[in-house]
Design a protein around this ligand. Structure first.
Ligand SMILES: Cc1cc2nc3c(=O)[nH]c(=O)nc-3n(C[C@H](O)[C@H](O)[C@H](O)COP(=O)(O)OP(=O)(O)OC[C@H]3O[C@@H](n4cnc5c(N)ncnc54)[C@H](O)[C@@H]3O)c2cc1C
Length: 303
């Protein structure tokens, strides 16, 4: 275990949260994950910059997370610093049809502010339980909409600690893909452009999407959303169901009976169990349909 306390000057991070040996099961929607040596919750961009600089100087690995809704963390946890950009960095500004927001704002909150401003085009994001930063990184999408449709640019901090504005083109957004996944730049904020709309229609659409989620997805149980990306020409959930794996489980990790595209944690599931289940699903789907399933969920930590 790295003795991080010796390398980090608490005074430099006034107002930020420094949680040593913090169980990540408390911070992921899967409710799975061992301790991070340090979970760092910055309040300012300077906090992020200083922490990254310190990590580089001392040679400590770091990882950026948002709301932890697409993360599977190892049972042994993470050796290094996890920097959580979430609610403490959730400022926003709406001018006309341009929306500027910090990376840590939750999509659910941002979509409410956008609705109140009478702007349409962001309804798709209202039920996705992540942050704006995580959504840009993943090019999150639902019900026919995705971040790609609304983003203009993102302000980022590179892995080496330099500030950079990335245009939509430079972000290279595709199905659950962005260039951030290659360079691992950090999203500090993003600018979106939306259209004027009718508030009643916007609200109705958000409610409709919310209801569809409740009806079709196991949102009552911990998960990381869709476990796999959609393979071209197929639906992962249908392939898994047709492979006879509905309800299949390894310990408390189970293929949801409500939606086979979700692996859910029925109580005390471990990362090891989820990974065993993922392996089994991949092997069965490959042998029955010759289709490769690629995890959408990001897997991190010590293995
Ligand atoms: C019940 C449920 C339903 C879901 N439904 C959908 C859906 O409809 N559509 C969809 O696309 N996804 C869905 N998801 C998955 C998830 O919510 C999205 O992928 C979301 O965009 C992840 O955001 P996050 O803040 O939680 O990121 P995290 O899970 O914390 O991180 C995900 C990835 O983003 C990176 N990241 C996070 N913040 C930043 C940042 N500021 N800068 C750079 N990189 C960052 C992390 O390093 C990590 O690789 C669902 C998840 C759940 C649990």
């Amino acid at each position: 275990m790295i003795k991080l306390q010796e390398h980090i000057d608490k005074k430099k991070f006034d107002g930020a949260g420094l949680y040593y040996n913090e169980p990540m099961s408390r911070h992921t929607s899967f409710k799975i994950g061992g301790p991070a040596d340090l979970l760092f919750v910055p309040k300012t961009i300077k906090h992020i910059e200083d922490m990254i600089k310190r990590c580089i100087e001392v040679g400590i690995p770091y990882y950026i997370m948002g709301n932890g809704s697409n993360l599977l963390v190892s049972d042994l946890g993470y050796r290094g610093v996890i920097i959580q950009i979430c609610k403490t960095m959730s400022g926003y500004k709406i001018e006309g049809n341009r929306v500027y927001a910090q990376g840590g704002i939750l999509l659910s909150s941002l979509s409410k502010h956008i609705y109140r401003a009478g702007l349409r085009g962001f309804e798709f994001a209202s039920g996705i339980p992540g942050t704006l930063g995580g959504a840009v990184y993943m090019n999150a999408g639902a019900y026919g909409g995705e971040i790609k449709d609304v983003i203009v640019e993102a302000e980022t901090l590179t892995r080496k600690g330099a500030y950079k504005t990335l245009t939509k083109e430079a972000l290279d957004l595709g199905y659950r893909h962005s260039s951030l996944q290659i360079h691992e730049d950090i999203v500090l904020s993003a600018t979106l452009v939306l259209e004027e709309g009718d508030k009643k229609v916007i609200k109705a659409l958000m409610q409709d999407f919310g209801q569809r989620r409740k009806d079709k997805q196991p949102i009552e149980l911990p998960s990381a959303g869709s476990t796999f990306k959609r393979p071209e020409g197929y639906y992962a959930g249908k392939l898994i169901m047709d492979a006879g794996l509905s309800g299949y489980h390894v310990g408390d990790a189970r293929v949801s009976l409500k939606h086979c595209g979700f692996v859910v944690n029925e109580g005390q599931a471990t990362c090891k169990e989820v990974l065993e289940l993922i392996d089994h699903i991949q092997l069965e789907v490959k042998s029955k349909f010759d289709v490769d399933l690629e995890p959408e969920v990001r897997i991190i930590g010590e293995f």
